[in-house]
Design a protein around this ligand. Structure first.
Ligand code: NAD
Length: 255
């Protein structure tokens, strides 16, 4: 799908990877609306306040976008939160409220947005030579495949989102809607800004090449490529410089 003249929703668009996606889609000529908890989207993008973990909030935000722009053609299903905790320690079992919160945002939230947006996409007029009605790009993680020690809830959510990418592609193919995903490795965003530098160095040293953090613009470039390429469907693209995380970092083992 050519983004020019089309309408995109980017969840979590007021920070990090979402911002990178918004910049790319704006440059490609799309109208872009960020759905986020608070903050400001990049200049040129619109904003609707939304908590993706609250279905009423998602429903209302999607309606506002349709009221303003008429149709929604693209979704970067990107909002997410981090969190580290082992399933249990000698002192206590893991905090299940924190576990549920990560699942509520990263998995249920992504599903709620995909459901309400794709329902609207189904009503779009077909466009382009393939008659596409919409494209969805989920933001997964390399934790979808190699969750490290302490990443249980995050891994559960991101592994499920990677698996759902093919299922949603199958659910929506009859309507001319494609669903793909990006699975980033370590990316330089506010989500990871407070991590200890020695931990970050160790994570990046696990890259094959190049040994550096990814950028929001690199995420945006892959998301745009997936949107533009009709034959890619049901695919999860790793964006990780060849990293295959081990069970734990030495930093984590020393904690
Ligand atoms: P970030 O913290 O910079 O941005 C996340 C955005 O999501 C924020 O604007 C935040 O307000 C928003 N958000 C959080 N909870 C929300 C909610 N309930 N409703 C609506 N918006 C909400 O983080 P980021 O690094 O840009 O992460 C973006 C996505 O990329 C996340 O899904 C994250 O899991 C994934 N990811 C990040 C990395 C990384 O290294 N940074 C690696 C792999 C995957």
């Amino acid at each position: 799908m050519d983004p020019s003249g089309k309408v995109a929703i980017v969840t979590g668009g007021n920070s990090g990877l979402g911002e990178g996606g918004i910049h790319r889609l704006l440059r490609a000529g799309a109208s872009v609306v960020s759905l986020d908890l608070s903050g400001k989207p990049p200049p040129g993008a619109d904003f609707v306040e939304c908590d993706v973990s609250d279905e009423g909030s998602v429903k209302s935000a999607v309606k506002q976008v349709v009221d303003r722009y008429g149709e929604i053609h693209m979704l970067l299903n990107n909002a997410g939160i981090g969190g580290l905790a082992p399933i249990a320690t000698a002192e206590c079992p893991c905090n299940m409220d924190e576990f549920r919160k990560i699942i509520a945002v990263n998995l249920i939230g992504a599903a709620q947005v995909a459901a309400h947006v794709s329902h609207r996409m189904i009503g779009n007029a077909p466009s382009g030579t393939d008659g596409e009605r919409g494209v969805i790009v989920n933001t997964c993680s390399i934790a979808s495949f190699e969750g490290q020690e302490g990443m249980g809830a995050y891994t559960a959510a991101k592994a499920a989102l990677a698996a759902l990418t093919l299922v949603w592609a199958r659910d929506l193919s009859r309507h001319g809607i494609r669903v793909n995903a990006v699975a980033p490795g370590f990316m330089d965003t506010p989500m990871v800004a407070s991590l200890p530098p020695e931990f970050v160095d160790e994570l990046i040293s696990g890259n094959e090449f190049p040994k550096r953090a990814g950028t929001p613009d690199e995420y945006g470039a892959v998301a745009e490529f997936l949107i533009r390429t009709p034959l890619i469907n049901g695919e999860v693209v790793r964006l990780d410089a060849g990293a295959r995380p081990p069970a734990r970092t030495q930093w984590a083992a020393g904690q």
